[in-house]
Design a protein around this ligand. Structure first.
Ligand SMILES: *Cc1c(COP(=O)(O)O)cnc(C)c1O
Length: 357
C-alpha cells in the first residue's frame, strides 16, 4: 500500500511543526507564560489558568478505544468540521487541486474547498437508486489534480449509507491517486458497517466521526479523524497547538465513559424506533409524496407543497430544513427526529385539518 501522505501538498510535508512548551507531571511550568492563579470565576475541576495539552493525545486514545482502532490512527479535532478543513488544506494546492463531492450532500465540503481555493468537482448520487454512490462516475472524473473525494455515509440529507463493497472498490481504484474520506457523522444511527476494518487494507481511506450527533455532545466541539498514521501525523502538523479546550477534554472523557455509553444504547434504540414510527406516519399523510429510507437521525421527505408544510410546522413552533431549492430535491424537507412529543406535534401540524360537522 502506498503512502497516503505522499499525495499531500509538498510544502505541508516539508513544514517544520511548532514545538510547544514542555509539560511534565509534578513540575511547575514557568515556560508557558500562564497566570499563576485561577480566574476568580473558575471553580471547575481542572484549573483553567493552565493550557490544555498541546496535542490531545489522551483524548485520541479514548476515541481510538471507542472506535476499536490503534491510537496512532486517530487525530482528535474540533468537531469533524475541523478535520474536513484540515484535509482540504493539507491535500489541495490553492488554484490547482480539486475535491470531489457527491451531491445532494453536506455543504461544508465545498465551503472548505472554497476557503482553500480548491476546485469542486461534482459527481451526483444516483437519484433513481435511492441516491447510491456513483463509483464509476467518480473514477471517470478523477485525474492527477483530484485529491480527495468526500463520501457522506449515512448521507446528509438523503439518509442512505454507502455500500461496503462499492466503497472498497473506490478505495482500491484510487490507491496511490487520492484519498477517500467517509464522513460517518451519523454512523451510530445506522445498521451499516463502520468501515474501520477497511483501514487495514486501504491506506487511502479516512473515516471521520463526531461526538456531535449520537453522543449528544455538539456543544463541546469534538470529532475524530481516523486514518493511516501517516495521514494523522500530517494533519496534526497544521492544527494549532492547545486547540481542544480543557472543558471539552473533560466532557469528552465523561461522555465516552462506560456509564454514559451504556445509557446511550437504549436512547439510540428508541430514536431509531421513533424514526421508523414517524417515517410510517408521514408516508400516510396526503401532503407527503415520498419518505426516503433513513439510516440517520433525520428523514428526507418530499411534499406536494414544501412551502405549505414548512409554514404549518412553523405555526406549531417547529423548524424544518428546506432543501426544496437544491437540484434533485425539489419539494423536499429534512426533518430531524426529535423527542416523541415533538414528533407528535409535527405529525399533528402536517395532518389535514379535520372538518367538524
Ligand atoms: C453534523 C455533521 C457533521 C458534524 O460536524 P461537527 O463539526 O463534528 O459538529 C459532519 N458531517 C456531516 C455530514 C454532518 O451532518
Amino acid at each position: 500500500m502506498s503512502d497516503p501522505a505522499a499525495l499531500a501538498r509538498a510544502d505541508i510535508r516539508a513544514l517544520a511543526p511548532y514545538v510547544p512548551a514542555r509539560a511534565a507531571a509534578r513540575a511547575t511550568r514557568l515556560n508557558a507564560n500562564e497566570a499563576p492563579w485561577r480566574n476568580p470565576a473558575d471553580e471547575g475541576e481542572a484549573a483553567l489558568n493552565r493550557y490544555p495539552p498541546a496535542r490531545p493525545l489522551a483524548l485520541a486514545e479514548s476515541l481510538a478505544a471507542h472506535y476499536g482502532v490503534a491510537a496512532g490512527r486517530v487525530c482528535a479535532t474540533r468537531g469533524s468540521s475541523e478535520a474536513i478543513d484540515a484535509l482540504v488544506r493539507c491535500y489541495c494546492r490553492a488554484g490547482v487541486d480539486d475535491i470531489v463531492v457527491c451531491p445532494p450532500t453536506f455543504g461544508m465540503y465545498a465551503v472548505y474547498a472554497g476557503v482553500q481555493q480548491a476546485g469542486v468537482r461534482t459527481v451526483p448520487l444516483i437519484a433513481a437508486r435511492d441516491f447510491a454512490l456513483d463509483v464509476d462516475g467518480i473514477l471517470e472524473a478523477w485525474d492527477e489534480t483530484a485529491k480527495l473525494v468526500f463520501v457522506c455515509s449515512p448521507n446528509n440529507p438523503t439518509g442512505g449509507s454507502v455500500d461496503g463493497a462499492e466503497l472498497a472498490r473506490l478505495c482500491g481504484a484510487l490507491e496511490g491517486r487520492g484519498l477517500v474520506v467517509v464522513d460517518g457523522a451519523y454512523y451510530e444511527f445506522s445498521t451499516a458497517d463502520d468501515y474501520m476494518a477497511l483501514l487495514d487494507r486501504h491506506s487511502n481511506l479516512v473515516v471521520l466521526r463526531t461526538l456531535s450527533k449520537a453522543l449528544g455532545l455538539a456543544g463541546i466541539r469534538c470529532g475524530a479523524l481516523v486514518a493511516d498514521p501517516r495521514v494523522v501525523e500530517l494533519v496534526m502538523r497544521i492544527l494549532p497547538p492547545y486547540s481542544l479546550p480543557t472543558p471539552t477534554l473533560e466532557a469528552a472523557a465523561a461522555g465516552l465513559g462506560p456509564v454514559a455509553l451504556t445509557a446511550l444504547q437504549s436512547r439510540l434504540a428508541a430514536l431509531r424506533a421513533e424514526r421508523e414510527r414517524i417515517a410510517g406516519a408521514l408516508a400516510e399523510l396526503p401532503a407527503v409524496e415520498r419518505v426516503w429510507p433513513s439510516e440517520a437521525n433525520f428523514l428526507l421527505v418530499r411534499f406536494a407543497d414544501a412551502g405549505a408544510a414548512l409554514a404549518s410546522a412553523a405555526d406549531a413552533g417547529l423548524l424544518l430544513r428546506d432543501f426544496s431549492g437544491t437540484p434533485g430535491l425539489e419539494g423536499c424537507l429534512r426533518i430531524t427526529v426529535g423527542a416523541p412529543a415533538d414528533n407528535d406535534r409535527l405529525l399533528a401540524a402536517l395532518a389535514p385539518a379535520t372538518v367538524s360537522a
